[in-house]
Design a protein around this ligand. Structure first.
Ligand SMILES: Cc1cc2nc3c(=O)[nH]c(=O)nc-3n(C[C@H](O)[C@H](O)[C@H](O)COP(=O)(O)OP(=O)(O)OC[C@H]3O[C@@H](n4cnc5c(N)ncnc54)[C@H](O)[C@@H]3O)c2cc1C
Ligand code: FES
Length: 282
């Protein structure tokens, strides 16, 4: 007998997590892990810049950006353990199950940036949301002019994706420059804020686009330094974070002035960030 219509598989709503199994768990730094996830039902396929809501059963749900490319591969998220939910997610061993809702939010404008030089500036965990955009540009290298990746971290031990940074660095068609705020003896790289790398970046400001992600104060100074290199404000994009609950524009948790970060962001033109960060939060 045919199943009644009501017994058919339900269409998944934006509030329904898809169970995913942890395939692998790689420790990046003392407090940061990358999880690769395999869907137990239909796949969630975020694009570069978007985020998913990850649900640690019985603990809670948090927004985490995609940090991998999902063209056939597993869902990838890099998570810094800062509180109850992120600690629970980072502790999940291979085989464990968590919930995933998404994808949500805006994307890095890789199409708009095609044809121009590309400057990527990352601070700390900000490299995670930018990694899919860098991978995209390097996989379609002919679509872009000069590509430059500038990375800042607090110390050498806080650098993410060190083997991948080395692989990018060994290519002749991308400039990778890394700096740390402070380092012990034995570090032979640069010491200083990531803004100090901007004057030397190989891009031509007249035809460059810039993607920036990191702490807000870092992004403010990076945007300022880019403007000093005559990069037009309308060719700079940033990614903003706020506490989130629903991720679909209903609860107002992520509201900043007239903007809902979950619905209108997290990737914004830098001009919008300048306006939004002037909004006094209650
Ligand atoms: C769109 C978006 C994308 C994100 N992508 C990532 C990602 O790829 N990887 C990642 O590790 N984190 C990411 N975050 C931040 C992550 O969501 C928070 O760290 C997480 O919600 C903290 O939850 P918790 O319960 O573990 O800690 P809580 O108990 O909520 O917070 C612990 C501490 O962290 C601080 N905190 C909380 N949220 C943030 C935040 N957004 N930024 C800075 N400090 C915060 C709190 O003030 C508190 O001091 C993203 C956030 C947003 C909005
Ligand atoms: S998180 Fe609910 S409106 Fe953005």
């Amino acid at each position: 007998m045919a199943a009644p219509a009501s017994a058919e598989a339900p269409v998944r709503g934006a509030m329904t997590p898809v169970p995913h199994r942890v395939l692998s768990r790689v420790q990046e730094t003392a407090d940061t892990w990358t999880l690769e996830l395999d869907p137990l039902s239909e796949p969630v396929q975020p694009r570069a810049g978007q985020f998913d809501m990850l649900y640690a059963f019985g603990v809670g749900e948090v927004p985490i950006s995609t940090s991998g490319d999902h063209e056939g591969g597993p869902l990838t998220h890099t998570i810094r353990a800062v509180g109850a939910v992120t600690r629970a997610l980072c502790a999940l061993e291979p085989g464990a199950v968590l919930g995933v809702r998404g994808p949500f939010g805006s994307v890095w404008p890789l199409g708009e940036a095609a044809g121009s030089d590309l400057l990527v500036v990352a601070g700390g965990i900000g490299l995670a949301p930018l990694r899919p955009a860098i991978r995209h540009a390097l996989a379609r290298r002919d679509d872009y002019g000069a590509v430059s990746v500038l990375v800042g971290a607090r110390t050498p031990d806080d650098l993410l994706y060190v083997p991948e940074l080395e692989r990018w660095r060994s290519r002749l068609d991308v400039e990778v420059d890394v700096t740390v705020d402070s380092a012990a003896a034995g570090w032979h790289g640069r010491v200083g804020l990531v803004t100090t790398l901007i004057p030397g970046a190989v891009v031509d400001p007249a035809k460059a686009s810039a993607f920036v992600c990191g702490p807000e104060v870092m992004m403010t100074f990076v945007v300022r330094a880019l403007l000093e290199r005559d990069l037009p404000l309308e060719r700079i994009w940033v990614s903003l974070e706020r506490n989130m609950r629903c991720a679909v524009g209903h609860c107002g948790h992520c509201q900043l002035g007239p903007t809902l970060i979950c619905r209108d962001g997290p990737v914004f033109p830098a001009a919008a960030m300048t306006r939004l960060l002037e909004v006094r939060e209650l």
